[in-house]
Write a new protein. Structure first.
Length: 476
């Protein structure tokens, strides 16, 4: 899975603005504009207040109302002008400062928004909505402690408002305190059971706790209530985690239909299709993701896996080189490059790639093993043994490393060391026939024919037909 892109939502109070977290991407699903009928009504209301303001004596309520309508229509500069007039008519009218703060924030005047909220709170010290929105702004500045104080005050003054609990839950989410986050979401849902955004955000928290079934339940509830593409995306990821790949593909299909340009949806559908062995379908999805998002290294990496499984090792190498160009610290990409170069019979390039993987991750047992395997093929047996030893030190139960270490010792005619290593193979898993074959062949080299025959017979008893030929040849 790619780096996570959260689209978690704060609920700003008053004019129903949605704030995404600082690391979220704008979602074409949630931020889809104003419904056409509602837009028509807003414009009609604007005209009505234009007439009232022209004909009637200056009224704070008329300017406040028109300012709110203009803000809903996205005309924040005109809205601020109306709020300015309302404040000039009554400088103690705290709601005017609050509403002006929302328009200022929409124009990215964060300081101005905070000043207005401070003034609103000074005029009304129990103004829960103002505390909440100030907390949201402060949280975007990553001042968690001050934001929490404001959220706590907002909840103290209006504990039955589900939005306040939901927003504080997002603060805990941002602090990676997912259990506390879920507790607040639970309270929000108890107060507003049909609020889709809260189910969506609680689903994200469950996902982070790897409680994928609960996440799926919440995402399913959100879909029943509203059904936005981002929820299909995350439920698809959760289905991937529970290995329900057909359901995952179905959700990614729906997410793509609703918002075809969202990042990573094609990528993740491609991964699901790989799990279903639909390699051509996966390739097409990775192709589309690269077209939409050509700088994402992980998609080149995943497409290289498709090429590898299709035995198209040259294209696998090309994609891995591109992935490494975009992210030169990805040990897995270097490792897979080594595998592909080995398939192309480029041993030196394979060794170089495995060495880079080890440089990125000194505990990469498979990289040591495969580098040792290539060195063995080059008859560099002493160097191969060193790599097999490193793999075994990291993973003491690495059967293949013991096997080829024993083989390498035998090739160096160090039969004592080879036999000790073969004994370890049998110790690790006495149910595998191949360990007895390996030890039996080493025993043949050391002249221990009786012992070798016992091992070959044990291998045959475990169902290894190859052992029969060894018995006929060595155990007459």
């Amino acid at each position: 899975m790619p780096a996570k892109i959260y689209k978690i939502f704060f609920i700003a109070l008053g004019l129903s603005l949605l704030f995404t977290s600082s690391y979220a991407q704008n979602s074409t699903c949630f931020l889809s504009g104003i419904d056409s009928n509602y837009l028509k009504k807003l414009k009609e209301a604007e005209k009505a207040f234009d007439i009232k303001i022209t004909k009637e004596a200056p009224s704070i309520y008329n300017y406040l109302a028109r300012g709110g309508i203009l803000s809903e229509l996205g005309n924040h500069k005109r809205a601020i002008n109306d709020f300015d007039i309302a404040i000039s008519l009554d400088s103690n009218f705290f709601e005017a400062y609050y509403n002006r703060s929302i328009s200022r924030l929409a124009l990215i005047d964060t300081l101005g928004a905070i000043i207005d909220l401070n003034q609103a709170i000074q005029l009304n010290s129990r103004y829960a909505d103002a505390f909440c929105n100030r907390a949201i702004i402060i949280l975007e500045m990553n001042d968690f402690e001050k934001a929490l104080i404001d959220f706590n005050l907002a909840i103290r003054f209006d504990s039955l408002n589900w939005k306040l609990w939901s927003n504080r839950g997002l603060l805990f989410f941002r602090q990676h305190d997912y259990l506390s986050s879920i507790q607040d979401y639970n309270k929000a849902i108890a107060l507003g059971p049909n609020e889709s955004i809260v189910h969506y955000n609680r689903g994200l928290a469950y996902y982070e706790l790897m409680n994928y079934q609960s996440a799926i339940t919440d995402f399913t509830t959100e879909i029943a209530l509203l059904g936005v593409c981002n929820t299909y995306f995350w439920r698809g990821l959760a289905y991937n985690k529970t290995k329900e790949f057909k359901l995952a593909v179905s959700d990614f299909d729906q997410a793509i239909e609703l918002s075809p340009l969202d990042k990573f949806t094609f990528h993740n559908r491609g991964i699901s299709k790989m799990e279903l062995y639909d390699l051509q379908g996966a390739r097409k999805d990775f192709d589309q993701e690269i077209k939409n998002n050509p700088k994402h290294s992980k998609t080149y990496y995943e497409r290289s896996r498709v090429f590898y499984n299709l035995s198209d090792f040259e294209n696998a190498v090309k994609d891995l080189n591109k992935s490494i160009e975009l992210n030169s610290t990805d040990a897995k990409a270097f490792y897979n490059l080594g595998l592909s170069q080995s398939k192309l019979r480029h041993p030196k390039l394979a060794i170089e790639a495995y060495s880079k993987a080890i440089e990125m991750d000194s505990n990469y047992a498979s990289a040591y093993y495969n580098r040792g395997f290539v060195k063995r093929e080059l008859k560099l047996f002493n160097e191969a043994i060193k790599d097999f030893d490193m793999a075994i030190n990291i993973n003491p139960k690495y059967m293949e490393a013991y096997h080829w270490k024993a083989y390498s010792y035998a090739k160096l005619k160090k039969f004592k060391e080879a036999l000790i290593t073969a004994d370890k193979l049998v110790e690790l898993d006495s149910s595998l026939s191949k360990v007895y074959i390996a030890r039996g062949l080493i025993e043949v080299e050391t002249g221990q024919l009786n012992a070798s025959c016992l091992d070959f017979k044990k291998a045959l008893s475990l169902g290894d037909i190859e052992a029969k030929a060894f018995i006929e040849y060595y155990c007459k």
